[in-house]
Design a protein around this ligand. Structure first.
Ligand SMILES: Nc1nc2c(c(=O)[nH]1)N[C@H]1C(S)=C(S)[C@@H](COP(=O)(O)O)O[C@H]1N2
Ligand SMILES: [Mo]
Length: 331
């Protein structure tokens, strides 16, 4: 007797199942747009139609069902932003983090249990004609998502190469209509001592974390409003539900878990500059020729391989950003 086995839903391998929440939200989204289901959403970027990079574990997309914009993942890769070095293994990148709100050790992933990053709002305020408190889910639908592979260089002289998902911050800034006197952008991270144990434990730091960019730096096409990594929403240790990535600067310029963006005419104070001004400047552009007072910045340790490679001026983005500084490299 021929035995034809029709698998029950619970027998289908997890990776083949489209989660109902994802299917429903995509369909609702299509309906909201008045599009037939299956219609292609064409991104604004000419290159943004390519296969995203695959997760190398330990996370799968299905683990983030209530993340803002969940059904937009994995977003098409924009091959205009790629790097001639191998991607860092996701396992490594997600277990070696800096996120002092949880711990000053690198095993942040062991300390994030009580943090609940959904739902989330982002307030855009200050010197702009269209100030607004955005729901993050609506915000990512407004501006769309794409994947970009960037070099990442921490001031501690380690580095990685990862595929981030997000959109150019300038889209949000343009929509906010900065006023003519606005010259800087200030970012403020989340303050929740009950969920972020480091905010109680390290009371000598000035919480919440805060950072800033000059407005022209923030408007630069490379400055990335980042909601995901490796084709899925950001895990908590990477700064869920969104963080900034500014690839030509040291990693600390990319604040995690941001709740407020403020347009201002004064250079913002920054967390690391306030706590150790001789070691960390406002600009913090990657510069192999300017050593940290306690170590060399001429080379960096690559996360997976442990290999030491030469650090590049502006972290390899000199051609794109040197013009912002007219040949000088402000500290
Ligand atoms: N809110 C907040 N943002 C932060 C930090 C932090 O401690 N708190 N650490 C910074 C530093 S020093 C680095 S190198 C990067 C690390 O990002 P990653 O853990 O996703 O690699 O986050 C930056 N953003
Ligand atoms: Mo860092």
């Amino acid at each position: 007797m021929a035995s034809i086995h029709i698998p029950r839903p619970w027998e289908i391998p997890q990776r083949l199942v489209t989660p109902e929440s994802r299917y429903l939200s995509r369909r609702r989204f299509m309906q909201a747009l008045g599009l037939a289901s299956g219609a292609l959403l064409v991104g604004s970027c000419a290159n943004a139609q390519e296969t995203p990079n695959k997760s190398s574990g330990p996370f799968t997309l299905d683990e983030f069902p209530s993340a803002p914009g969940f059904d937009l993942y994995p977003a098409a890769a924009n091959r205009g932003y790629s790097v001639d070095r191998p991607l860092t293994d996701e396992r490594t990148a997600s277990r070696y983090n800096n996120f002092y709100e949880f711990t000053t050790s690198k095993d942040v992933y062991r300390h994030v249990r009580d943090y609940n990053p959904y739902p989330w709002t982002v307030e855009v305020t200050g010197m702009c004609d269209n100030p607004k408190r955005w729901d993050l889910d609506m915000l990512v639908r407004e501006f769309g998502l794409e994947e970009r592979v960037y070099r990442f260089r921490c001031v501690e002289a380690w580095s990685m190469v990862v595929p981030w998902t997000g959109f150019a911050l300038n889209k949000l800034l343009v929509a906010s209509q900065p006023q003519s006197q606005a010259r800087f952008v200030r970012f403020v991270s989340i303050l929740r001592p009950d969920e972020l144990p480091g905010q109680k434990k390290y009371d000598y730091y000035k919480w919440p974390y805060y950072e800033g960019l000059r407005l022209d730096e923030a408007m630069h096409e490379l400055s990335f409003f980042t909601t995901g990594i490796y084709g899925h929403p950001l895990p908590k240790q990477h700064g869920a539900p969104w963080r900034m990535i500014v690839p030509w600067k040291y990693g600390y310029k990319g604040a995690k878990s941001i709740v407020k963006i403020e347009l201002t005419n004064e250079q913002p104070h920054t967390f690391w500059n306030d706590s150790q001004p001789k070691e960390y400047g406002f600009y913090s552009n990657v510069n192999p020729g300017r050593d940290h007072p306690r170590w060399s910045q001429a080379s960096e340790r690559v996360l997976d391989s442990g290999e030491r490679i030469a650090t590049l001026m502006y972290n390899g983005y000199e051609a794109q950003v040197a013009g912002l500084y007219e040949g000088r490299d402000p500290f």
